[in-house]
Design a protein around this ligand. Structure first.
Ligand SMILES: Cc1ncc(COP(=O)(O)O)c(C=O)c1O
Length: 356
């Protein structure tokens, strides 16, 4: 059978594997760190009304500069951030792709700290960049000599996931400053899970650091993964660079309207964050009696260690309608923090499986 490798595809793409987290119809999906509480009813009504209002204008291209959305996102971020410091796209993955196109590309080097988010190498390589992973310490903190390693690697882009996916590990602002000082290239701080973190955002580090980019998303805490809306906060000259590589009108009128309507209800949308953090602690506390342990997590997921056979547990959980993630790290599985009821069921199911 023919495959894409039989096509005259770029040689540097030939051996890559596409992103492929399983999308299965299950009762309890806890594999891609979504917010299982979903959109509250009153917010859903506002989103529907806002999207409905756009329909009459759908024969026109949308606002290419998504000005109103940038205003609303700037207000949400606060800290004196201006709308021209915001840039958005269809998910933070697309923002990353634009950043890598503008600041990476052939002959350039992207560096991160592994294990980390699996899309970094894939997006880097898809734009022709070299990708270098500096291994984290055993507890997934940064290695002691990370600044020296970075200086040696001389990256065009350094990306750090804070808090880190898939380990949950957080990183101090001091470490971000050290990373910035150790490198001459762009520094991207991926804060996809910031709303769950106990540490302040790196947004406060932006003044005077025009190579620093803070990446955020509405996919996690905002329960908005299906809308596809990610954004960055940075010096406004970063957006100027991204205008060179983005496609015209990349954010549809419907996406802009839906995102604005949801940000107008930020308190209602983020109401689930506390419940998720409480459930995270409940899950973490239940693990030792099952012979399991969790890596410290500042996110809406937990990397659980101690499974004798992670593949077998993955399958046993799936048979019960619970889809978790095997990220291929030793004896671990990663579980997103679902609703209170879902986490109660997961604890009960895990306890039974570990008992057998
Ligand atoms: C660390 C991190 N960054 C970025 C993303 C991409 O999110 P999205 O494209 O939905 O904004 C994810 C998604 O899981 C993630 O875990």
């Amino acid at each position: 059978m023919a495959s894409f490798q039989d096509l005259p595809i770029r040689d540097d793409l030939r051996d890559l594997t596409p992103y492929g987290a399983p999308q299965l119809e299950v009762r309890i999906p806890v594999n891609v760190n979504e917010n299982n509480y979903g959109i509250p009813d009153e917010v859903a009504a506002s989103i529907a009304a806002a999207v409905n209002k756009e329909i009459a204008g759908l024969h026109r291209y949308p606002d290419r500069e998504f000005s109103l959305l940038r205003e609303r996102l700037a207000t949400y971020i606060g800290q004196g951030v201006n709308p021209d410091q915001i840039w958005a796209a269809n998910g933070s993955n697309e923002v990353l792709q634009q950043l890598f196109m503008a600041f990476g590309g052939p002959g350039r080097r992207v560096v991160s700290f592994s294990p980390t988010y699996s899309m970094y190498p894939l997006i880097a390589k898809s734009v022709g960049s070299e990708y270098l992973a500096i291994p984290r310490a055993e507890d997934f903190s940064l290695p002691e000599n990370f600044a020296a390693l970075l200086t040696d690697a001389a990256p065009d882009i350094t990306i750090i996931c804070r808090p880190n996916n898939p380990t949950g590990t957080n990183h101090s602002l001091e470490e971000i400053v050290e990373i910035y000082s150790a490198s001459k290239g762009m520094v991207i701080v991926d804060e996809a899970y910031q709303e769950f973190s106990e540490l302040p955002s790196a947004v406060q580090l932006l003044p005077g650091r025009n190579r620093l980019v803070v990446l955020r998303t509405m996919s996690k805490a905002f329960s908005y993964a299906g809308t596809r809306l990610g954004y960055l906060v940075a010096d406004s000259i970063v957006s100027d660079a991204l205008r060179l590589v983005r496609l015209p009108y990349h954010l549809s009128a419907l996406t802009q309207a839906a995102a604005i309507a949801s940000i107008d209800h930020v308190d209602a949308l983020l109401a689930s964050v506390e419940a998720i953090k409480n459930s995270r602690e409940e899950l973490v506390n239940a693990l030792p009696s099952m012979g399991l342990s969790a890596y410290p997590s500042s996110t809406n997921f937990v990397l659980i260690d101690g499974f004798k056979d992670p593949k077998a547990t993955f399958t046993a959980l799936l048979e019960k309608g619970i889809l978790v993630r095997n990220v291929g790290i030793g004896n671990t599985l990663r579980i997103s923090i679902g609703t209170e009821a879902e986490i109660a069921e997961i604890i009960e199911t895990l306890a039974k499986l570990q008992d057998n």
